[in-house]
Write a protein that binds this ligand. Structure first.
Ligand code: ATP
Length: 355
């Protein structure tokens, strides 16, 4: 398995990029650890597939280099890079049996047949396809074919990395959950370097050690799921991760005191911004408390989401989402309190639709 270095990668699909907006990838410069499980997460069009294709060698970057374990592979083909890939739609041989499809990548590399048998059986077990090992792939459902595709990606253990591009899209929801946890288990067991593209945050947060959040052709933050949840480095990450996303409030600061509208909120530290400068306070709906004491708030819609409820409130004329436990009584004259240690402070002010 390999460490992957992305060295000042930029990519434009058009022949003569002139403006920054012509680049689908603007500047990606980072090292990914050997054996890490990385999820590339971001909205449609942010450049996830472009970056994955550059790592796999399907696409040559306009600028920059890719290194595997310190070796420059930028000009090597996909095959020469020795990686396994699993795409959104199954890539298998319809006329072969399930077993032979799984065995193919190993036989291709002249792995001894006893070892082929051992590894294929392991994958058959994992994907729940053991009963149909001798059936031809042609007659199988899309879901079953994708499991074969996934298995083909996992069957070899000598690859530099395994790259996944939204591989679970066509899998039914229950099986998705099962495969996701098996993938995580296999990753722990074999420690392969894994790069996994998804726009589904649950998928990214449940299995990745590191989530790479992308936006508009750039990596905005790489962090553990907990870091992204508790300390988003950018307002976009706060908005994109979480359901609902982070609340933002425009504020002016003076030392450790912030003013939102006509209300004052205590901060855990004095942010390093110029006197009375406008900033954004970010707080997760899970860290806002509705109770009898505190600052005035207006309650709007209440949405039940199983074990919790989302209260759509208004604070100083702006929307404020609050997550409360299912059984909690909302006081008749509710007030709001913010958990000081959970307040994040941002000098930028990205907004949905502001690009
Ligand atoms: P999705 O989740 O929708 O697959 P993504 O994050 O994977 O999106 P990319 O497919 O990498 O994003 O696309 C990044 C940008 O590059 C988009 O603006 C897209 O329109 C553009 N793009 C992608 N492929 C091509 C192509 N072959 N030719 C021209 N532009 C392209």
């Amino acid at each position: 398995m390999a460490r992957i270095d992305l060295d000042h990668i930029r990519h434009a699909y058009g022949a003569k990029p002139t403006r920054e907006s012509d680049y689908a990838l603007k500047e990606v410069h980072h090292s990914w650890n050997d054996g890490g499980a990385y999820a590339l997460l971001g909205p449609s069009g942010c450049g996830k597939t472009t970056l994955l294709n550059i790592i796999s060698g399907l696409l040559h970057p306009s600028e920059g280099r890719i290194l595997f374990n310190g070796k420059d592979v930028t000009n090597l083909s996909t095959q020469e890079r020795n990686i396994a890939q699993v795409f959104q739609f199954p890539v298998i041989y319809d006329t072969m049996t399930v077993y032979d499809n799984l065995a193919f990548p190993l036989r291709n590399r002249h792995v001894p047949e006893a070892e082929v048998n051992r590894r294929v059986n392991e994958i058959l077990d994992m994907t729940g396809l053991s009963d149909m090992a001798r059936r031809r792939a042609r007659g199988l459902t899309a879901d079953q074919k994708q499991k074969i595709s996934l298995g083909r990606g996992l069957v070899r253990n000598d690859v530099n990395a395994i790259l996944f591009d939204e591989p679970l899209t066509v899998i039914d929801p229950h099986m998705k959950w099962v495969l996701r946890s098996q993938l995580k288990r296999l990753h722990r067991q074999f420690g392969f370097t894994m790069v996994y593209v998804t726009h589904d945050q649950t998928e990214a947060l449940t299995f990745a050690d590191k989530v790479v959040v992308m936006y508009d052709g750039q990596i905005v933050q790489i962090g553990t799921p907990a870091e992204l949840f508790e300390r988003p480095s950018h307002t976009f990450v706060g908005y994109f991760i979480g359901s609902p996303g982070m609340n933002f409030m425009e504020a002016r600061v003076d030392g450790t005191s912030a003013t939102v509208g006509s209300q004052s909120i205590a901060l855990a530290y004095a942010p390093a911004v110029g006197g009375a400068q406008k900033i954004e306070l970010g707080i997760r709906p899970e860290f806002v408390r509705l109770q009898r004491e505190g600052l005035p708030v207006r309650i709007g819609k209440v949405e039940d989401i199983g074990r919790q409820r989302i209260v759509r409130a208004e604070f100083e004329g702006k929307p404020l989402a609050v997550v409360v436990p299912e059984g909690m009584d909302i006081p008749a004259d509710p007030r709001v309190q913010f958990d000081t240690s959970a307040i994040n402070i941002y000098a930028d002010s990205w907004r949905v639709g502001s690009e």
